[in-house]
Design a protein around this ligand. Structure first.
Ligand code: CP
Length: 303
């Protein structure tokens, strides 16, 4: 793979995904090195972030690379009216790779068409978050021993949840059964159901999951994203529909692990945090190794 971008999880084949997960495993054993020495990575965050930005920056620092960019576009020339086209055109000449998070769907694809260096989508609106997906896959494989034949519950905001959208597209490479749990207002969009239909995968939709939780291998909780609602009353109606509590986990499978891309608000009660089935903080740590693997793969650097 040379001079490639990662905009959608579908930009990588199943085999390429597996190669990245294997490489992330090597970085987990040895996360510090000099592979990125002499490289400059731009991190352009037009939307807030804690994990994605800081784990990318940690990954780059640990491999000896340098970072330019901004965590808040209000300190960039966007505030003076500069277009995304001009911003990317400039940064393209300052960096060897661009990581971008932007509120508009399709913005990362647009940036990749302007830039000559690889572009990594760190989240574009409600569309895709492919680097999160790779760390999610890494976490699933690490905790379950395999990506095959799993029963995955996705809970919460399935309409706007970009992490849900990219993860289900990736898991469609394996023989996955999906249970989608959401309020009516936040159901999974049809385009993603069609994707699963064309892959021949089974999925079920529910309003509640307390009666079926004993079947889950992975529960992927998500936050209802206030920032995606145009009507605050609609957000208030659904914001606390699902709250996972420790008491709900008594009759669950021994291999069950609870994932969440984070940040969480109320959807996982803190009394779950000390349950050995809670994996969301380790999942966030896996982001460093996975993003090291993504950067080195796109820059064609051998470990
Ligand atoms: N999971 C995730 O994207 O977290 P941040 O918004 O903090 O980057």
């Amino acid at each position: 793979m040379k001079n490639r971008s990662l905009v959608s999880i579908d930009d990588f084949s199943k085999e390429e995904i597996l190669r990245i997960l294997d490489l992330a495993g090597k970085f987990e054993i040895q996360p510090v090195g000099k592979l990125l020495e002499g490289k400059v990575i731009a991190t352009l965050f037009f939307e807030p972030s804690t994990r994605t930005r800081l784990s990318f920056e940690s990954a780059i620092n640990r491999l000896g690379g340098k970072i330019v960019g901004f965590a808040d576009s209000s300190i960039s020339s966007v505030t003076k009216g500069e277009t995304l086209f001009d911003t990317i055109k400039m940064v393209d000449s300052y960096a060897d790779l661009i990581v971008i998070r932007h509120p508009f769907e399709g913005s990362a694809r647009y940036a990749s068409e302007i830039a000559t260096v690889p572009v990594v989508n760190a989240g574009d609106g409600a569309n895709q978050h492919p680097t999160q997906t790779l760390l999610d896959l890494y976490s699933v494989r690490k905790t379950q021993g395999s990506l095959d034949n799993l029963n995955i519950f996705m809970v919460g905001d399935l309409k706007y949840g970009r992490t849900v959208h990219s993860l289900l597209m990736a898991m469609a490479h394996w023989n996955t059964t999906f249970n989608f749990i959401s309020p009516e207002e936040l159901r999974l969009p049809d385009e993603f159901k069609l994707h699963l239909d064309s892959a021949g995968l089974k999925y079920y939709e529910h309003l509640d999951f307390s009666d079926i939780i004993s079947r889950a291998d992975i529960i992927y909780m998500t936050r209802v994203q206030k920032e995606r609602f145009s009507d605050p009353i609609e957000y208030e109606k659904v914001k606390n529909v699902y709250v996972l509590r420790n008491s709900m986990l008594h009759n669950t499978k021994p291999n069950l692990r609870i994932l969440h891309p984070l940040p969480r608000v109320n959807e996982i009660h803190p009394d779950v945090d000390n349950n050995p089935k809670a994996y969301y903080f380790q999942q966030a740590l896996n982001g460093v190794f996975t993003r090291q693997a993504i950067l080195c793969t796109l820059l064609d650097l051998n470990f």
